[in-house]
Design a protein. Structure first.
Length: 227
């Protein structure tokens, strides 16, 4: 996982492509150290080293590890993220603690991997898709479910991912047009693959249960379910 470090980071930029979706870019005096697929703890209150770590929430790193700045995207889903949407502004200092998680460090074949993401759950995948190590994956596929076209705010990252790995195929499912992602169809099209799943906890749980009940080996079902 790497050594967990604490960073006093400054909001460099914040964008809100939709009223309930925010993308935040942070900078810090020293380079952030993490691997693709890992996540952080974010605290809005000041951290005093003589005291306990303040109230915080977990967010996946969306940016690629070699980038100078660190990026996350979050949706308003509760009091903490509502507070983030109100308080985060360029120049605001926050405390970040990272890295956590081993999503892509777990042993797995890089042939015919299937990435299944719902909404902002795609962010840990993006940190891999833009990384040079993504070239090691053979014929990877993404199934990405979002509420509507307006909520697909990751077009640039996905286009860049196909430049990193031209074998990468992307299927985007818009809920308002096609309904939700169908794990049955995804499995039928990709039997024998390794499945990475990230998204709302209910989606992760139900998709994992389906795959295991259809004799997919547990080591081939890798979930980003730190919440």
């Amino acid at each position: 996982m790497g050594i967990v470090k604490k960073y006093c980071a400054t909001v460099k930029e914040i964008q809100s492509p939709l009223k309930d979706i925010f993308t935040v870019t942070f900078q810090a005096p020293r380079q952030f150290q993490y691997l693709p697929g890992q996540f952080l703890h974010l605290a809005l209150d000041n951290y005093d080293p003589s005291m306990q770590w303040p109230d915080s929430r977990c967010f996946s790193m969306q940016s690629v590890p070699h980038e100078e700045h660190l990026k996350i995207t979050f949706a308003i889903k509760g009091k903490f993220t509502q507070k983030m949407s109100e308080e985060l502004r360029p120049g605001k200092n926050v405390w970040l603690k990272l890295p956590y998680g081993d999503l892509f460090q777990r042993q797995h074949s890089k042939d015919h991997c299937v990435f299944i993401a719902g909404g902002t759950g795609i962010t840990p995948f993006l940190s891999m898709f833009g990384d040079a190590s993504f070239t090691q994956y053979q014929e990877p596929k993404l199934y990405f479910g979002v509420r509507s076209k307006a909520y697909n705010v990751f077009d640039k990252e996905l286009c860049d991912a196909q430049k990193v790995n031209p074998q990468f195929s992307i299927a985007i499912v818009y809920q308002d047009i096609e309904g939700i992602l169908d794990i049955g169809n995804i499995y039928a099209e990709n039997k024998g693959s390794t499945f990475f799943i990230s998204g709302p906890p209910v989606m992760i749980s139900s998709f994992k249960k389906f795959l295991l009940s259809h004799n997919c080996p547990e080591e081939k079902v890798i979930t980003d379910d730190w919440e």
